[in-house]
Design a protein around this ligand. Structure first.
Ligand code: SAM
Length: 207
């Protein structure tokens, strides 16, 4: 990680703590763990959510096969500018992950084989979590894969608990990785496969 990336990330965290969600960008250890478990040989379309300064983007680009379509969705304009400088050939869309269907249309992507999410779910409200997951399930291929990291301490927060329940409803298979301690804060990964339904929040699920 360059000094510019580091200071940019920390400054944006100070400005928008709940959207950025972490004091530091992901470590290389978390980035490597994030890309494990994807079937890169068969994946032809990938969307990354919340690439920030690109800590995980580089690992994804190293894994994908030639010809694979990749698009990034990042809401923060400062990060978007940073990413466009760091990865000039990569399409970065400045919008919310709720808008993934429109991004796919613009990129000529039909079904998405893989979504790599770096979003700060635990700090999201109920409706935003639900809207982002519903939108993801709607664009994923039937055998699509979805991975998202989660900070360990977020497990104790209502948003973190909601996410775990929602993932289990939305995907036929949800596995958790080992904890990556060499990250600030420590994190683990939910690895999900086979989207099956929209979150369709029943009132009882909202807490
Ligand atoms: C925890 S940071 C992760 C940054 C980077 N991927 C990393 O691992 O270091 C969360 C990122 O998600 C972005 N973000 C937050 N809400 C978003 C949304 N609704 N749609 C797209 N990006 C969002 C933030 O701007 C930030 O870049």
């Amino acid at each position: 990680m360059t000094a510019t990336s580091r200071s940019n990330f920390q400054w944006e965290f100070v400005r928008q703590p709940s959207t950025v969600g972490a004091i530091a960008a992901s470590s290389v250890f978390l980035a490597r763990e994030m890309v494990r478990g994807f079937d890169w040989q068969r994946i032809r379309t990938v969307v990354e959510y919340g690439p920030g300064t690109g800590a995980i983007t580089g690992e994804i680009l190293r894994q994908i096969q030639p010809g694979t379509r990749y698009a990034a969705i990042e809401i923060n304009p400062s990060f978007v500018r940073h990413l466009r400088t760091r990865y000039p050939d990569v399409p970065v869309h400045q919008t919310s992950a709720t808008d993934v269907a429109n991004v796919c249309v613009k990129e000529g992507i039909g079904r998405v084989d893989a979504i790599v999410s770096c979003l700060p779910w635990a700090s999201f409200g109920d409706q935003l979590q639900s809207a982002i997951l519903d939108a993801a399930v709607a664009v994923l291929a039937p055998d699509g894969q979805f991975a998202t990291f989660a900070y360990l301490q977020g497990l104790l927060l209502p948003g973190g608990m909601r996410l775990r329940h929602r993932l289990r409803r939305c995907f036929a298979s949800v596995e958790t990785s080992r904890v990556v301690w060499r990250n600030l804060p420590p994190a683990f990964i939910y690895r999900c496969r086979n989207p099956r339904l929209a979150t369709g929040d029943a009132p009882a699920d909202r807490q």
